[in-house]
Design a protein. Sequence first.
Length: 665
Amino acid sequence: MADRSNNSVHQALAVMARVPTSGRVKSRLAERVGASVATQTYTDLLRDTILRAASVGGEVALYLALEPDEDGQTPGTGVLPGPAQGGSFARVDSAARKDPAPHNDPAPAGLPPLGEKWRIVAQRGEDLGARLAAVFSDLFAAGHEVVALVGSDSPALPETYLRKALDLLGSPCGREPRPDLVLGPTLDGGYYLIATRADTWRRAGADLTALLGSTPVGTPGVARYTREETAKLGLRLTELPLWFDVDTEEDLRLSAGLSAEVGEAASPVRAIGAVSSLRTIDGDPTAPAAARGGSLDRLREVYLHVTHECDTGCAQCYLRDVRSPGPLAGAGELDTEGWLDLIDQAAALGATGFVIIGGDPFLRSDLLRLIEHITGTHGAKARLFFNRLVDHDLASRLAAAGSGSLVPLLSIDGNEQTNDALRGRGNFADARRSIRALLGAGLRPIVNTVLLKPVLDGLGEMAETIARDGVRTLHLILPHQRGGLARGGDMVPSSDELLTAFLALEKTATQIGLTVDNLSAWKGRLGAPRDLCNAGCSLLAIDPEGLVHACPITCGEAGFVAGDLREQSLEDIWRTSPSLNLLRAAHARDREACRDCPVVDACGGECWVQAHYAASTADQRAGYLAPFPYCGLVRPVLERLGAASPRPATDPPAAGVDLTPFDCI
């Protein structure tokens, strides 16, 4: 037995678990795949979690927190032998603070092997929230200063996430003050990890116990409830990147798609649990589909989300909840040299396209320099999203910086009355003046329109106005139900309303010579199969603080952070990020609603970000495999274009296919 006691170790990590017993684990999954397969899957998941927890590194006390069995007994009291080390593994509870003498009791039936550093602690309480609180209480009482509790059913959970949770709660470091709690959210709205400090527990333990006890366990609102209640308590919460756990058949499919490169080691779940389980489901193939993005041979486009700052204050803005309240200089944003270096890194990886967005990019004094570095130094293309007045002088400077490779994308939402109601009085007139100034400088602006419900009736009128002003291309954006639209459901149209408006616009656009580029993109997909989109594969987004995301719409949300450019190179993040690898493991056909759809290979499941936020807003299971909310628009259009020629579900699009580019913002 090890000489030191677990109780003397500063940090503790406890895996919340049940003894794998048929009928007591993965009941929802068992309804679909059978109790035997569900139990074996949980056994594999638990084994994988134990292996990863043991690999965290550093001085960490390891606990297996076991739920009592049906008789109220907790298996594993006393000391258990380690499998290879010849060591032992003791139980600690609130009544026994010292390690008992070693003996040779066998491990409880059904549990995977445990090493000498592990101890078993009993879960106490009537429900999961109470049991979480009790484990916190027991381990803090045992002398630990930092405690992290992790679930036992998250495949290939990266060890780096576990290490990060413990480090965040340790000595103050990095950009932010030390948090009181760390949360590891799951894609379905729950969480795979929750951690806190002893000093936080001493001053707020009663409140946190009440919070955990009142959490709506088993619903998609668990993580959101925890965020909101933590804020009410005045506690600082930091979040880890999103991961997932296995509760449903779709989760199994996502697990089966995980590549061996996810995290730091290959997961036995991929080979044993998830894939073997899939053999029983509707005759599915026994091997997971290849990760999307193939060999990651080249990065093609990077979104530079250069600032969250904006003085427009649009109610519908998806960034409404993440704008920094202070002056730009104090917002912690990358400086000019940081952005120039990022552009250099992206170009070295093959990127030939850059998109500058915000916030309001014009609030950065170095905007023209960034554009010139993209188009002049690297000879790449640049697109600029904005909504503000551009006069003739500024338009001329933009044209000069753009070296003939800059495309301005101006946001206008509907006719004058609707646009100004959404964006402020006079905004529509300013936009038209900007169009004339840009055209006068030799630039060819594209107008972007978010298809909000109030916008639809005046869509044709807006199209006619911008066409008269000289605009030749219109891009339509389907609403992302994040930020302002997460609280403004009355602004989000139904698919039927969208389809009616789109068909009417199509007729108008044909008559006035205006190109709706969405239609061109949909036509282009007929010969280039899609599988979700290229976000995270050949496209990345960088937020103002240098945090890397797969998609620009997720900028500002901690759960979707794939890496930090102040800690890693862009190439390392792109190639090795567990967050990006998880996204690449998701496939459109993993969704039940998409598997047999006749247009799935042209549609590709459309936008997973829109799907995620729509499901979150509706208090439903979210994540990469949430149902696409605008299927009623996209499917009829693609069917009309001739896309309804399905391939068998066992024949997914080939890995490495260059996905058809399509802007979703």
